[in-house]
Design a protein around this ligand. Structure first.
Ligand SMILES: C[S@@+](CC[C@H](N)C(=O)[O-])C[C@H]1O[C@@H](n2cnc3c(N)ncnc32)[C@H](O)[C@@H]1O
Length: 296
């Protein structure tokens, strides 16, 4: 068994996510072609593959086939990196960032698989936040454009990173925000019972501590020792989604207002797929396209 088999994630919501990013990449490359040098940046690139869950349940059967055959019968689906490399018209550059050594070594195969694009592929084995802060802050962006896909499993992306991305005024961002899988789980019913380290995490991902007043209300409770106030959770997925979209609006010139709540097969919200456009001149068109793509 090769490493592909150990990297398994996602159900239909993964299809939903990748389908939309794929559509945007095609529209984007078509519009920007000949106008700018433009790159695709995948900051949580993974292995380039994702494995369909059903198939993993039949591992013994699967090992009868080689990789090419598996692809043919659809046992592997493309991950975001492969999808970007297949986009037409092509991008001028593909930057794939991946922290895990194991996943990174899988990514390196992409150069063999897409030999005509090998020179345009830049592979970076690093922490996405550190790499993006440097790339956004220390390079000239005036004549460049990029689409950046942030697809973390959890709460890895700091607000400082999002701010640096916006500041380039050159990047369009697709951000899979960990709404149900991350943030909502940390927002305990009673504010008092959220550990200090979680509060720091929440503030770090949202870039503000205003969430404490937005998601919690002071309530009077009668106790044996008289009345006391406590902060109780008064939020739901829609309110949190709006908050995230508003946060993006505070730093990007254009943000899709219909960010998409992606649910698992049990209908529980996992992620919020958000779009924000960084270039003041291009944002209106970009947001229009993204909003269209985000419609169910
Ligand atoms: C959800 S997967 C990405 C899937 C990929 N976008 C696709 O469609 O095939 C998240 C990836 O991010 C990597 N990762 C986790 N933390 C990271 C970090 N701080 N910087 C860069 N990569 C990270 C994980 O190793 C994992 O491969």
């Amino acid at each position: 068994m090769n490493n592909h088999h150990q990297h398994e994630f996602g159900g239909n919501w993964t299809d939903e996510k990748l389908l939309r990013v794929r559509k945007y990449l095609t529209a984007y490359a078509t519009i920007l072609k000949k106008k700018f040098k433009f790159a695709y940046i995948d900051a949580f690139a993974g292995t380039g593959y994702r494995e369909n869950k059903v198939k993993a349940d039949n591992e013994n059967q699967l090992s009868l086939f080689n990789e090419a055959e598996l692809k043919e019968i659809g046992a592997f689906s493309e991950g975001s990196a492969r999808i970007a490399l297949q986009t037409n018209p092509p991008f001028d550059k593909y930057i794939f960032i991946e922290k895990s050594k194991k996943h990174f070594s899988e990514l390196q195969r992409l150069k063999d698989e897409f030999p005509d694009k090998a020179k345009q592929i830049e592979l970076v084995n690093a922490n996405a936040n550190e790499y993006l802060l440097d790339r956004c802050n220390n390079y000239k962006w005036q004549n460049h454009r990029a689409v950046l896909f942030l697809d973390p499993y959890g709460m890895q992306v700091g607000w400082e990173t999002i701010k640096a991305i916006a500041k380039t005024e050159a990047i369009d961002l697709w951000y899979l925000f960990p709404l149900g899988i991350g943030l909502n789980r940390l927002l305990k019913k009673d504010h008092k019972s959220i550990p200090e380290s979680w509060k720091i995490k929440i503030t770090n991902i949202l870039g503000t501590n205003e969430w404490e007043n937005t998601f919690y209300n002071d309530v009077e409770v009668q106790t044996l020792f008289g009345n006391q106030t406590s902060k109780e959770k008064v939020t739901d997925f829609y309110k949190i989604s709006n908050f995230v979209v508003e946060r993006l609006k505070s730093i990007f010139p254009g943000v899709a207002k219909n960010a998409l709540l992606l649910r698992n097969s049990k209908n529980n919200p996992l992620y919020l797929l958000c779009f924000a456009s960084g270039n003041p001149k291009g944002a209106k068109t970009a947001v229009k396209i993204a909003q269209d793509i985000l419609k169910r």
